[in-house]
Design a binder for this molecule. Structure first.
Ligand code: PGA
Length: 246
């Protein structure tokens, strides 16, 4: 269960949140926090329980004259174990392309970070019934050059129209796309669809978590707004943990 804090939280509030949630560590659920880059290193010092953390984005470059970027190597040196890649806010606000993400996945793997590649269609694409095509293209452009894939990779399906809008995809919509993603992955490489974890993201909250995470095709969640609130995130983690136990 990944909490994407985006450009929110100061270290003091974040420390309260993670240390309060560390008190009752879930039995089956891996919790991952994604803080703003400047205080990534703080999380290494705090009591996270069994939780882990990572970066919201990394550079595709190893090091050098790339002002404002964060290297995978530094994230790893600061104790990070994951990185989000291609979040829709990175794609729409900062022009990140699926092709660039291929290089970022390579950079993540090179420095022992587990990439969580985010994909998903906009409202317009869904209304035009182009969502399957868009998702397939995103997967092909980011992953085709990496085949055969032997390192770990996590995908997050986040319909852009559901992010921060309070509008969640219905369980049927989410499951349909997760199954489609698995079929595309299997077309690319035999078995890849089964070995890849696929998270759902987009207005996950304490009220809809159980319905979403009880689906066997949905392996976990990428949570934005609700991961900033201790009680909400605690409930979401507990619900996911119960689903994994059931
Ligand atoms: P949200 O954000 O839960 O606030 O919709 C999810 C995300 O952007 O990862």
């Amino acid at each position: 269960m990944a909490g994407n804090w985006k450009m929110n939280l100061f270290p003091s509030t974040a420390q309260d949140l993670v240390e309060s949630l560390a008190v009752e560590a879930p039995k089956h659920t891996q919790v991952i926090y994604f803080p703003q880059a400047p205080f990534l290193g703080c999380l290494q010092q705090w009591n996270l329980g069994k939780a882990q953390f990572g970066a919201q984005n990394i550079s595709s470059q190893s090091s050098g004259a790339f002002t404002g970027e964060t290297s995978a190597e530094l994230v790893h040196a600061l104790g990070g174990q994951f990185t989000l890649l291609g979040h829709s806010e990175r794609r729409t606000l900062f022009g990140e392309t699926s092709a660039q993400l291929q290089d970022k996945i390579v950079a993540a793997w090179k420095h022992q970070l587990l990439p969580i590649l985010c994909i998903g269609e906009t409202l317009e694409e869904r209304e035009d019934e182009r969502h399957f095509e868009v998702i397939k293209n995103q997967l092909m452009e980011s992953l085709h050059g990496l085949l055969p894939i032997s390192a770990d990779l996590i995908l997050a399906y986040e319909p852009v129209w559901a992010i921060g809008t309070g509008k969640t995809a219905s369980v049927e919509q989410a499951v349909e796309v997760h199954r489609f993603i698995r079929s595309v992955l299997n077309e690319m490489q035999v078995g890849l669809g089964e070995t890849t974890s696929i998270l759902y993201g987009g207005s996950v909250n304490a009220g809809n978590a159980k319905e979403l995470f009880s689906q066997s095709d949905i392996d976990g969640g990428l949570v934005g707004g609700a991961s900033l609130k201790i009680e909400d995130f605690r409930t979401i983690i507990q619900l996911q943990d119960e689903c994994l136990h059931a």
